[in-house]
Ligand binder design. Structure first.
Ligand code: GLY
Length: 383
């Protein structure tokens, strides 16, 4: 694609400059979002209750390490590896606490322990990552052939809940089988992916966020709107998890149906990308309020770029163009390159019905950076 490489080079220069000082400033923390002063918060703060979702067990706590490893593999500067390891080693304490852990051990330990092991061969990281993979495999429900997402909440029995996001987490299982030569992890991952193909992806390529199964019989009970607008709607970040997750399952297994499913999900996304390139929280939300999610945008872009690598020309170009349109919209309208804010990507939203929207989220920065490396055809795949 014309000029795209030159554009990506310029953006990468800005990323290197910004992440250099942001990492130095935040060596000791594990950030999720920025506070009122636009400084990063700290999910590893000892005063937080680790058994609560927003403490050390918070599902996004792997992305700070992931950003460091992305920059390390690019620059080979040891400082990034050191910062990554501070968060990686802190996360080990989650295993002792145990109760707060969930299926997002994939998001937590792939960009930290697995990345460390892949890049440096650190034996401590291998042990941590295998420990996490065993915990994830232990959440498998054989009757429904799905991985249970979350633990019960006071008001919710979630024994039978699976969510589309888990398509990213199962990469931890693929890695564990590749690493140990024990096929059980991959078998569980593929059974979950097969269930997701059947129960999450609708005929038009859009995806449910949550599907609830009977935990005893495995029968589907219903779907939930989850972080999207409503049941039957189309939470955009979930569409991104579907595109990227099925491409990754194809890459790890070679199963053609996963690639076909990723394409269906991708075409649904491409047909719904607004003219502005800025992505709403839900492709089926009402026009007003015009809520956005730049984080979902970056996830969709990563999925499309990885999909492009799996198909011949001219399909490749079609997916790349769609991804670049999204990323340019972020870079031109939603990126903060100044020293006034620790985060780059602005206007991210956790869920449609949250009380606050349009914040920063560390994993938006992570996926934005990953996407720019993908355009440059550089960098390792951490999934
Ligand atoms: N995995 C949860 C989310 O995307 O918000």
């Amino acid at each position: 694609m014309e000029n795209c490489g030159a554009w990506a080079d310029q953006v990468m220069e800005k990323i290197r400059k910004k992440i250099a000082w942001v990492s130095e400033k935040n060596r000791e923390v594990i950030p999720y979002t920025t506070d009122a002063d636009r400084n990063y918060d700290n999910r590893a703060d000892q005063n937080r209750d680790w058994n609560q979702d927003d403490g050390l067990n918070w599902w996004t706590n792997g992305f700070w390490g992931g950003i460091q490893w992305l920059l390390y593999q690019d620059t080979r500067e040891e400082t990034y590896a050191e910062t990554a390891r501070i968060s990686e080693y802190r996360l080990e304490a989650c295993f002792e606490q145990f109760y707060g852990l969930h299926h997002d051990v994939g998001f937590m330990f792939l960009p930290t322990a697995v990345a460390d092991y892949r890049l440096t061969g650190n034996p401590r990281s291998r042990r941590t990552a295998l420990h996490a993979a065993n915990l994830l495999a232990g959440r498998f429900n054989p009757a429904g052939r799905f991985i249970r997402a979350w633990n019960d909440a006071e008001d919710a029995d979630r024994r039978g809940w699976a969510i589309i996001d888990c398509m990213m987490n199962i990469c931890l299982l693929y890695w564990a089988s590749e690493e140990t030569r024990d096929p059980r992890f991959r078998q569980i991952a593929m059974m979950h992916a097969d269930t997701a193909m059947e129960h999450f992806i609708r005929p038009d390529g859009s995806a449910n966020h949550i599907v609830e199964f009977d935990p005893e019989t495995g029968e589907e009970v219903r779907s939930h709107g989850g972080q999207g607008y409503a049941e039957g709607s189309s939470w955009t970040r979930g569409q991104g998890w579907a595109v990227y997750g099925f491409v990754l399952s194809f890459l790890h297994t070679g199963k053609q149906e996963y690639l076909d499913t990723a394409k269906r999900a991708a075409h649904y996304c491409m047909a719904n990308i607004p003219e502005s390139g800025l992505i709403p929280i839900d492709f089926r939300q009402p026009e007003e309020p015009a809520l956005e999610d730049s984080c979902g945008a970056c996830v969709i872009a990563c999925g499309l770029l990885e999909l492009a690598n799996c198909v011949p020309e001219p399909e490749q170009d079609m997916y790349r163009r769609a991804a670049v349109k999204i990323l340019k919209a972020i870079e031109e309208n939603r990126a903060d390159w100044s020293e006034d804010c620790d985060a780059i990507v602005q206007d991210c939203s956790g869920a449609y019905h949250d009380t606050s929207h349009h914040m920063t989220m560390v994993y938006a920065d992570y996926y934005f950076i990953e996407a720019i490396y993908k355009i440059k055809k550089e960098g390792i795949l951490l999934w």
